[in-house]
Design a protein around this ligand. Structure first.
Ligand code: VG1
Ligand code: CO
Length: 542
């Protein structure tokens, strides 16, 4: 067994996006592609004598990529890698293992909510020693390294058996193959009132958890069915498959339509939930009622003290800029700090590390807390269960009483997918050019108060992130945000975020698409979406 040095050349386009580097699987499987990116990670963070965590969401190429990464870690001098059995780890579980074992970081193999399979997507991201996604400075350095790379190091040792739990040595490096679920499940037991949730299930409470053939299956079966006593079969699509069974593991009403139809149908369970490819997202549905992710964040923040892990209260609440202001109202009522960050979990890391925020969330079905440094789908589902067990009310009742107390932030996101990149860029450029002229104009009877391109100064380390989304803010508090996705692998996806605040309880029952009607018309007029992209209706509405 020897450490080999292989000559290589830079490959264009290895720039991480919102969450790691994502490409079509055949691209990742191409000559030197994975190797160049992984070597660039090690060149930036250093590997000698270090310990890393490794795991992924089980999608196609996950197993082979894991063997390559292990051999590269060994050849780069890493002392030890902790890897999930079968190379499986959910993103939040990987974050937890990084922290629990005080390691130097971890590599997560996932393209998250993107479909998987030989012709679909694959991805790699690096998390730092705090368990959180590498910040922009680090991902930019990794990208720069990919543009200059001349060689990578890899061991020619044989593959190791990742199916067997235990310690082995790979060309001088220790590899610990661990159960992917147990440490994570133990952490959940410290945060939530398992006996109360168990009693609720014993009392006949029914739930349906759709793991969408992605990574949360084993976690959900162990925690919900085995430990909490949910009826066997409550977790559906529970076996992670390399192609997610052909599903698009994005938990939203469009892609989790089976769950939606069960929850909106006759004799629906009390509670429904779904998670994404790598287990960091959650969709929550009550019997006959969909909970918008922004509302879910606000409700969880307002009720977190009902769970043992948060009974001392929250230090602050952080949300991504496009997420609705519903959680800001909770923070104001609790007299704690609220923070508005750019899209992507990496921006929450400093706030969590500094103890400024306890709960964070994004409108894209992501919620989490300071227990790890990633959003965490099952965590959100368990916190909802804990709240339901304590309050003994339905999801619909809890939502209603939340709106009665705080008002309702009507909210929706419209996605226009697979637009030609040049058209999407031209539309955004035209809109940016228009921004200075917008304040003072009236559209659909609403006056524009301000319009800008969101820039964020991190309050902890002072780093600045610019061009994080165009905002059009109306004087009545309504808001439009437009940005292009940073996670897709084909063309451009335009995300349009729409929000309007309503304090009149008689209006709370409106369909959000109706309540947001003037704002939807306004954005089409202002951004000239149809003119630039040819699209009049979104592909996905959440
Ligand atoms: C999307 C979401 C963003 C989320 C990111 C990663 O990014 O909008 O809120 O943090 O996905 O989530 P974008 O750039 O496509 O809008 V995951 O679960 O795919 O890692
Ligand atoms: Co995800």
């Amino acid at each position: 067994m020897t450490h080999q040095t292989i000559a290589t050349q830079p490959i264009a386009g290895q720039k991480p996006g919102t969450s790691g580097l994502r490409k079509k699987t055949p691209v990742f499987m191409g000559a030197h592609y994975l190797e160049n990116f992984v070597q660039s990670i090690f060149d930036v963070v250093g590997a000698k004598g270090k310990t890393f965590v490794l795991g992924g969401d089980g999608r196609y190429f996950n197993d082979r990529a894991a063997q390559i990464i292990l051999k590269m870690a060994a050849a780069n001098g890493a002392a030890r890698v902790i890897v999930g059995q079968g190379a499986i780890l959910s993103t939040p579980a990987a974050s937890h293992l990084i922290r629990l074992n005080k390691t130097d970081g971890g590599i997560i193999m996932s393209a998250s909510h993107n479909p998987g399979g030989p012709e679909e997507d694959f991805g790699v991201k690096f998390n730092m020693s705090n368990g959180g996604p590498a910040p922009e400075g680090a991902t930019e350095a990794m990208y720069q390294a990919t543009t200059k790379i001349t060689e990578y190091r890899i061991s020619d040792a044989a593959d190791i058996d990742l199916g067997r739990i235990g310690r082995v040595t790979l060309d001088g490096m220790t590899v610990d193959v661990v159960d992917p679920v147990s440490d994570y499940a133990a952490l959940m037991e410290t945060l939530f009132d398992f006996p109360a949730i168990k009693a609720m299930f014993v009392g006949g409470f029914r739930m349906r958890m759709d793991s969408m053939c992605a990574v949360t299956g084993p976690y959900a079966v162990e925690i919900l069915e085995n430990r909490l006593g949910a009826a066997k079969g409550s977790v559906v699509n529970a076996t992670p498959l390399p192609d997610f069974g052909g599903m698009h593991p994005d938990p939203n009403p469009t892609w989790a339509h089976d769950l939606m139809s069960v929850m909106m149908g006759e004799n629906a369970p009390d509670f429904g939930a779904a998670s994404d490819g790598d287990g960091d997202r959650n969709m929550v549905v009550g019997r006959g009622v969909y909970v918008s992710p922004s509302d879910s964040l606000a409700v969880l923040a307002a009720n977190a003290h009902l769970a043992p892990g948060y009974k001392a209260g929250l230090k602050g609440i952080a949300r991504s800029m496009p997420t609705s202001g519903a959680s800001d109202r909770v923070a104001a009522a609790l007299k704690i700090g609220s923070y508005e960050t750019p899209t992507g979990w990496k921006f929450f890391g400093n706030l969590l590390d500094a103890g400024r925020a306890t709960i964070c969330g994004e409108e894209s079905f992501g919620t989490g807390s300071d227990h790890v440094r990633e959003k965490d789908g099952l965590w959100a589902i368990l916190l909802w269960l804990n709240v339901l067990a304590v309050r003994k009310e339905s999801v619909a009742q809890i939502l209603q009483s939340h709106w009665s107390a705080f008002g309702r932030n009507f909210y929706s996101r419209h996605d226009f997918e697979a637009i030609a990149t040049d058209k999407a860029d031209a539309m955004m450029a035209a809109l940016r050019a228009l921004l200075p002229s917008l304040p003072g104009q009236s559209v659909e009877g609403m006056e524009i108060g301000a319009a800008d391109d969101f820039a964020y100064t991190d309050p902890v380390d002072g780093s600045v992130s610019k061009n994080q989304g165009v905002r059009i803010l109306f004087k009545d508090g309504s808001r439009i945000v437009l940005r292009l996705s940073g996670t897709g692998t084909e063309g451009a996806t335009l995300r349009v975020y729409l929000e309007r605040y309503e304090s009149d309880p008689r209006q709370f029952g409106q369909d959000p698409q109706v309540a947001l009607g003037p704002i939807i018309r306004a954005v089409h007029g202002l951004a000239r979406i149809a003119e630039f992209t040819g699209r009049t209706t979104p592909d996905v509405i959440t």
